[in-house]
Design a protein around this ligand. Structure first.
Ligand code: PMP
Length: 407
């Protein structure tokens, strides 16, 4: 685990953090929405565009070869990052596109009339709406693992929920609204016993804790590059090799074909059959650099660091009168969402911004969950390894000031 000093020197890798916002030093606590990018990733993008920029796969010249080598190298880097094989790593635009890909291809082939898609009540809209669309297309229905008032999955009858014509169980690893860490390996094991395919939404976990798809035992895993120090517009869908091999293409176009006739085409094997058109080359290479950078620090250390900040935040925030914290008390990922009596989350976040504090307010793309919890919106502070205990203290002090305004 890096010492306090080395965490501070790691922070120096992020030029964006060194600025004033509204006359105050920036305190960036909106990492669950998107994380900042270290110099290593920025330099990698610069280098690519200054030296190697070219289209991949089709070229027979030096720059194209370099771009292809770097792009495929990133695929290998990402495979190592989650204990997978390179052929199982599909580059997508992010978690949302990864889940849509599965719902459209695997879903269309395996989910039929009367079948059930199992989700949880704490899903991000991106792990809900694609399944609603699939259910509508196919005459299937959705079933939900309930969330308890303290923000945990109620697993008391999980085996019954997995029973019947359930085809897929798609669930979030770490909730972006509650911070809950779901027991992903156990859930996948239970689903496997029931013969149900699993998809893990790792958007909030991929940059925050060690992930190994074989240990998780899932069938699909989805995450976004921008939440783990990588660029926007790039993400990963991992799928088990045998499952990917049997899946129809998602988008049609160049790059994904083996041969094309006027009326019919043959497709490349996975992962290329799922990457139609010119891919996000620089972004994929940048994501490879981000994975390298994160593993240079160590995800176990990052997890401990972020959890400690979240614990500190819970302890400080819960002393503020009229403040309610959503989700489990201490056993949580590095984020804390809360509501203040009589204050709308948007007002809290706008006022915090006047102090240079970046929070996020709203429904966090989990409208049904917040409705169930009886709150229209929440304010959320989310942490990463470059945040400090001093920033958490300042955040709590600012929220306390805001509270007195509404008292
Ligand atoms: N799932 C979760 C848990 C998330 O937090 C997010 C992003 N807020 C997403 C999915 C969607 O990610 P993206 O917008 O990068 O596709």
């Amino acid at each position: 685990m890096p010492s306090t000093n080395s965490w501070l020197s790691i922070r120096q890798d992020f030029p964006i953090l060194d600025q004033q916002v509204n006359g105050h030093p920036l305190i960036y606590l909106d990492n669950a929405a998107t994380a900042q990018k270290p110099r290593a990733v920025l330099d990698c993008l610069d280098h690519y565009y200054e030296r190697d920029n070219s289209n991949v796969h089709r070229g027979l010249h030096e720059l194209s070869n370099r771009a292809t080598t770097a792009y495929e190298g990133a695929r290998e880097r990402l495979a190592a990052y989650i204990g997978a094989e390179a052929g199982e790593i599909i580059f997508t635009r992010g978690t949302t596109e990864s889940i849509n890909l599965v719902a459209r291809t695997w879903g269309d082939a395996h989910v039929g009339e009367g079948d059930i898609i199992l989700l949880t009540e704490m899903e991000h809209h991106s792990n809900l709406v694609p399944w609603q669309l699939l259910a509508k297309r196919k005459g299937a229905s959705l079933r939900f693992v309930p969330v308890t008032p303290d923000g945990l999955l109620d697993l008391s009858n999980i085996d019954e929920l997995l029973a019947g014509p359930v085809k897929i169980f798609s669930f979030v690893h770490i909730s972006n609204s509650l911070g809950t860490i779901n027991p992903a390996a156990e859930l996948c094991a239970r689903a496997r016993l029931a013969g149900v395919t699993t998809l893990v939404d790792a958007a909030q976990s991929s940059g925050h804790l060690p992930l190994d798809v074989r240990e998780l035992g899932c069938d699909f895993l989805a995450f976004s590059g921008h939440k783990m120090c990588g660029p926007t517009g790039i993400g990963i869908l991992w799928g088990r090799k045998d499952i990917l091999a049997a899946m129809e293409p998602f988008h049609g176009g160049g790059e994904m074909i083996a041969s094309v006739g006027f009326t019919e085409s043959e497709f490349k094997p996975a992962p290329y059959r799922f990457e139609a058109g010119t891919p996000a080359i620089a972004q994929a290479i940048g994501l490879g650099a981000a994975a390298e950078y994160i593993d240079g620090i160590g995800r176990a250390a990052i997890f401990d660091h972020d959890q400690a900040l979240a614990r500190q935040a819970v302890d400080l925030l819960e002393e503020i009168p009229g403040l309610r914290i959503l989700g489990p008390r201490h056993d949580r990922g590095g984020l804390v969402a809360f509501v203040l009596k009589d204050a709308h989350a948007h007002d809290i976040v706008s006022m915090a911004d006047q102090y240079g504090l970046a929070l996020r307010g709203g429904h966090h793309c989990t409208q049904p969950l917040l409705r169930k919890l009886g709150v229209p919106a929440s304010a959320r502070a989310s942490f990463y390894f470059y945040n400090t205990p001093e920033e958490v203290e300042q955040m709590a002090a600012i929220v306390r000031k805001i509270q007195t305004f509404f008292a």
